[in-house]
Design a protein around this ligand. Structure first.
Ligand code: ADP
Ligand code: ZN
Length: 436
């Protein structure tokens, strides 16, 4: 049966009821973390805030903020707020060694997460009559498990394909009449291109909608995907720290994502000063998880830059909307779905005996990310023969792959050929133009 909302009582709540709901949960959550997590207790004590000082969401600003560095300090159990025996799942951020974030879930936390994903599926027109093909990766990555759970909650027939093996994806898509596709936008575009190469027209498949996220994508890419697959393409946002995809999702307006603010309270701050900015300002998105129990983050700085708006939406949802992320307040890039920091490349270069003169060039060719890394040879390495250089390039590419989890193309160049900057070094050229 086609429903307009998965949880209408939450998704269309009046502003007053939502504030009361959020306030009650916040008071409870602050007590929970203060009583159960030494890390929070110390931070709150240092800031001179006690749980009794928090009466509702108007007091949120009194709480200290958390950053990814805090999560790394506390790795792995330092922010756990329930006994391990109450946890049923762990997920982790994509790819990167040394910067992994591990998130814990109770069954209740999983239920909340899956309900958020279910809301996204219903908003994309999903019901128990749909066949939902999930081509996000399964495993530690949150994409597959999150949408898989959401699809079950909606009652869709779920195809847990995971990513890759595009031939088989297309065969199942056709044979089992998949109607909704969930994957990264890059992979959706790739499936679209493969269909075209095989001479299969969008009319020969049954897809009607796609739910794509986990990385930035443009309106132009949306139009390409919609055309090549014959669908409506919806955005979905989330991060492992707050549970995974489903923190925010697009409705039929396809114009910004509704934040599931009954679970995740959003703020926008100035990334430089930490000052809270009024709704409608562009700034860094900060989330407080209101009712997750195992790994509840209070005022967590996402580093994603966006704008929040509370204009009326034609879909009838009253949930606040966030714009597509417009960039990051740190230097993290998402390349082929993996989080990459330039500092990781630098670490490998130094370890492998190169100087830190390098340039990372990222591009998107036929909707697939390319990663080229130019590295200067030291004068003493420069005398090597071409053959030695090729061997060195391969070795270095291997070492970088081990660090990042994705393969770069390494180009060793002559000493002093990479332009020096007079100010901050330019380490990255991102030609993908992901942020308008
Ligand atoms: P995930 O939750 O996708 O497993 P990570 O926790 O590793 O991934 O990375 C989360 C980051 O991915 C977010 O902070 C944001 O920068 C990016 N991201 C997720 N979804 C989107 C989206 N729909 N559009 C743009 N960026 C996104
Ligand atoms: Zn809407």
């Amino acid at each position: 049966m086609l429903k307009r909302y998965f949880q209408p009582e939450r998704e269309t709540m009046s502003r007053e009821d939502m504030k009361a709901h959020q306030s009650a949960l916040l008071v409870e959550q602050v007590q929970h973390v203060y009583n159960n997590v030494a890390y929070y207790r110390e931070r709150m004590d240092a800031a001179g805030v006690k749980p009794e000082d928090i009466h509702g969401i108007e007091d949120l600003h009194k709480l200290p903020m958390l950053t990814k560095a805090d999560l790394r300090d506390a790795y792995p159990y330092g922010l756990l707020a329930v006994p391990l025996g109450d946890c049923v799942r762990i997920q982790s951020t994509s790819g990167t060694t040394g910067r992994r974030v591990v998130s814990f879930y109770t069954q209740h936390d999983i239920d909340i997460w899956e309900e958020c994903c279910a809301r996204a599926i219903v908003a994309a027109g999903g019901s128990n009559e749909d066949v939902c093909q999930i081509a996000y990766g399964y495993g530690l990555f949150t994409g597959g498990p999150g949408l898989n759970g959401g699809s079950h909650k909606v009652g869709c027939l779920t195809l847990p394909m995971s990513s890759g093996n595009t031939e088989r994806q297309i065969q199942f898509m056709q044979d089992l009449h998949a109607t909704i596709l969930c994957c990264t936008p890059s992979y959706a575009a790739y499936i679209g291109e493969t269909l075209k190469e095989k001479g299969i027209s969008p009319d020969e498949i049954d897809l009607k909608a796609g739910i794509f996220g986990a990385e930035p994508w443009t309106e132009e890419m949306r139009r390409d995907i919609e055309k090549s697959l014959g669908i409506k393409a919806y955005d979905i946002y989330g991060l492992t720290e707050t549970s995974g995809p489903g923190v925010a999702f697009e409705c039929e307006e396809q114009n910004g994502m509704h934040i599931n603010e009954d679970h995740f309270l959003a703020e926008i701050i100035d990334p430089d000063t930490g000052e809270v900015l009024p709704e409608g300002s562009r700034g860094e998105l900060v989330f407080t998880s209101l009712d997750k129990k195992a790994f509840p983050l209070l005022r967590y700085r996402t580093r994603d830059i966006c704008v929040l708006t509370r204009e009326e939406c034609s879909c009838g949802r009253t949930l606040i909307k966030m714009s597509k992320p417009m960039g990051r307040s740190d230097d993290m890039m998402i390349i082929r779905g993996v989080n990459v920091f330039p500092s990781q490349v630098e670490t490998v270069l130094l370890k492998e005996g190169y100087a830190a003169n390098y340039l990372i060039e990222v591009d998107r060719v036929h909707n697939s990310d390319t990663l080229d890394i130019y590295v200067e040879l030291l004068p003493e390495q420069f005398s090597d023969t071409m053959r030695d250089i090729t061997v060195r390039e391969k070795q270095l590419a291997g070492a970088i792959k081990t660090m990042l989890g994705i393969s770069p193309k390494v180009h060793l160049v002559s000493p002093k050929t990479i332009a020096r900057s007079e100010g901050k070094a330019v380490r990255v050229i991102d030609k993908r133009k992901l942020h308008d």
